[in-house]
Design a protein. Sequence first.
Length: 348
Amino acid sequence: MKVAVFTTSYPQHEGDLAGRFVFDLVERLGTQGIEIDVVGPGAYRDYGLTGSGGAGLVASVRRRPWLALPLLVSMTRALRRAARDADLVHANWLAGALVARFAGRPFVVTLHGSGTAGRFSDLGLAERSPRVVQWLLRPARAVIAVSQVLAEAMRAAGVENVHEIPYGVGIPAQVGPEDDPPTVLFAGRLSPEKRIDVVAAATEGLPRVVAGDGPLRSLLPDALGFVPQAELFGLMERAAVVLLVSEREGLPNVVLEAMARARTVVSTPVGGIPTVIEDGVTGFLVPIGDVAATRTALERALGDPELRRRIGAAARERVRDYCSWDRVTERTLAVYAAAVENGRVRET
């Protein structure tokens, strides 16, 4: 099968995280015999990649709206050329769906986004302009949403053929030992929506590691600042508990990566987090802004190695079943096959 993947965001060089989730999926689909041509911004051949982009063309157009029409025309031409011999177009974001409508080939769309409904986000547009979203997605043979929150928002907007397929997560074959004494890890931006005030108060006096930077760094003066991904995974493996108590999220990778490493996660029931964390079974859920409940959950987990082992094992299996790369690739291939063979794809 030949697939033309269209994206407005893609890595520009090795180590670039922009659009990395699209790149990772492309790599794995390629190992399954799918012939893929990526259409995206940038001179990707300079880096030996399959395709390239930056932080995203959509953000650039917001700053320079007069570029929107010529950019739409040029992207459509590029996609039509790439898709000439393709069996299917796989577009990303609603902006990609707009281009795919004019590419002249059958297409599926993946919608991305967090638990926040920004004005121009896929989620925000579904909530504010459902008729526009319906028009954009009506010709699509399938719509893939990366989280339960986004899938439900699309269905509420009247979109049909929606499939929830999250970002893939690697499941390490082995996980290193915890630090002694057991520690709490917070990894993320030190900003108000992450409830850094709760993180600081609930972890006071506990062994903790803080990986991240941001405007509220003064509340966590021991923060390490930005930590590269490989080092962050090492910190996760040594931590006993991973803490993320945001007031809004989608389905954050830090939660999934920690669970994949059999770590106990203490988090809040926002966005897609309850999809993977069942309180007391695959992790702990605490009310937003509740320092006492957060502290209680941390102390309970830190003080009981057998509880951590049991929850960690269940968390790892939950992630393996829900969003391991094997599972995500399998489900994406099933959507492709049905879209090519049968036209419209039944919801899953």
